[in-house]
Each structure stands twice: as C-alpha cells, then as structure tokens.
Design a protein around this ligand. Sequence first.
Ligand SMILES: C[S@@+](CC[C@H](N)C(=O)[O-])C[C@H]1O[C@@H](n2cnc3c(N)ncnc32)[C@H](O)[C@@H]1O
Length: 262
Amino acid sequence: MRRLLVIGIGMGEPEGLTARAADALGRANTFFLLDKSEAAGELVSARQALIARFGRPGHRVVRAPSPPRRPAPLAGARKAYEGAVVDWHGARAALLAGLIARELGEDETGAMLVWGDPMLYDSTLRVLAAARAGADFIVEVFPGVTALQALCAAHAVPLNGIGEEVRLTTGRHVAQATPDAPAFAVLLDDGSGLEALLARGFEGTLWWGANLGTEAEILVAGRLCEVGAAALAARAQVKAARGWVMDVWLARRASPEAISAP
Ligand SMILES: C[S@@+](CC[C@H](N)C(=O)[O-])C[C@H]1O[C@@H](n2cnc3c(N)ncnc32)[C@H](O)[C@@H]1O
C-alpha cells in the first residue's frame, strides 16, 4: 500500500524538528514539493535543506507548481473567499492524486513537508483527504512546532491566562471585527488585522513576531496602542528587505470583562 507522510517541520530549522519528524524524513522514497507564494524561494530552500540532511540515500524529489488561486475580494465577501479556496483545494487534490499515482510505486512511501504543524491553518490534510478519492494511499501525520508555539516561546509567555479562553483567528476576521474573547491569536494577517485593531483603540497587550526561527526574526511586545505601529513598521521593513514576511501575534485584553460588541 502506498503511504504519504505529512511531516510538520516547525519553522524550518533542523534543530526545531521533532525526533519523529526527522525519522519520518528518512523513510520517504519520494518527496512532493508544491511551490506556491512569493515566499516560496526561501521556504522551498528550507525544505530542500531538511530533505538533503535527513532524507535517505536515493530519495527522489518531485516538484510541481501549485495551481494558482483565484483572488477573492477582502471585505464582506466570505462566500467568494471560501469558493476560491475550495476550487483551489480541488485543483491541488487532483494534482496530488495524479502525482502520487504516477510517482509512487505500489509499496512506496511519499512525504510532504508542512510548515509548522499540519493541523493549524494548513490545507494539506484536507487536500489529501480529497486526493484519496483519486488515488489509494494511507496518510500518516508527524506533528511540528507551530508558529504560535514559536511566538509564545520567543516571548516566554503562556498562550492563555488562568482558565482563560483563547480565540484562534485570522487577520481577515480581525480586520472585520474585534474578536469577542479575552485573548486571541492571529495568523494569516497581511497587516490589516493589526492595523484595524490599533485604529479601534484596542486596550490590551500585544505579543508579535515575524519570520520566527529565521535570521530575520523580529519580536515586539507591549501595550498594543503603544507598540502596534512599531510592529506594523517592522512588518513592512522585513517584507521590503526579504521580499516576504510571515507574522503571528497574540492580543490579550487589559480587562477580560470589557468585551464589547463587534
Ligand atoms: C498557512 S499558515 C501556516 C501555519 C502553520 N501550519 C503553523 O503551524 O504555524 C501561515 C501563517 O503561519 C504564520 N507563520 C508561519 N511561519 C511563521 C514564521 N516563521 N514566523 C511568524 N509567523 C509564521 C503566519 O501567521 C502565516 O501567515
């Protein structure tokens, strides 16, 4: 039976891999790399370095361009956004089903390397579930350190206050309305989520980090109204210097009771 290992690679540093993930990298006959965004250059080379270091002798690497995603308007167009993502996932599933059927022998093992952990804001597992309709294979998952864990570690803070709820969300949601939770962690922000929160005069603390685990890692923490603009400026600077930026942040209300309507 064909197997597909989905390996969480944390922030791409070899030292940040779990021992199980490193072991899984050594099991694969074939690695599948789908190239996508503008960040692809550095992110793909981080994956290639891990494969070169931990892959077994004779492994193969199959690279394919990821199908393009139809752009969706930002505000107030949730359905259009979801529709674009569903179509994109369908195209990726068809591509992967074809690659797995063509490139993996009957009893061979393939692997896909996923940034952070595959359970957090990543479509690989959903896409593979769909791909299994077109190709017969087993999926095994190896967890990795998420960007959110890397953020909390870098700032030496716990994710939650005592017994506190924490909302996991995206920049797109925060741009539309402030989450009604005492604390919220935000991924996939293009800057507009943090900018909107700052403009709304959010009272609370920000822990922000960009390009964690790379030499361009940058951290900002403090009262959001005092340091939010510095985080946005740092974001723009990293993007200009590297050509890409990925940031993740955690916000906690000064007063958890003060949850106003969005
Ligand atoms: C598609 S999601 C993938 C999340 C990933 N599966 C994880 O477990 O961290 C991409 C988002 O993860 C966050 N992210 C990933 N790598 C990061 C890094 N090195 N530094 C800061 N944030 C990062 C950013 O919020 C980025 O927009």
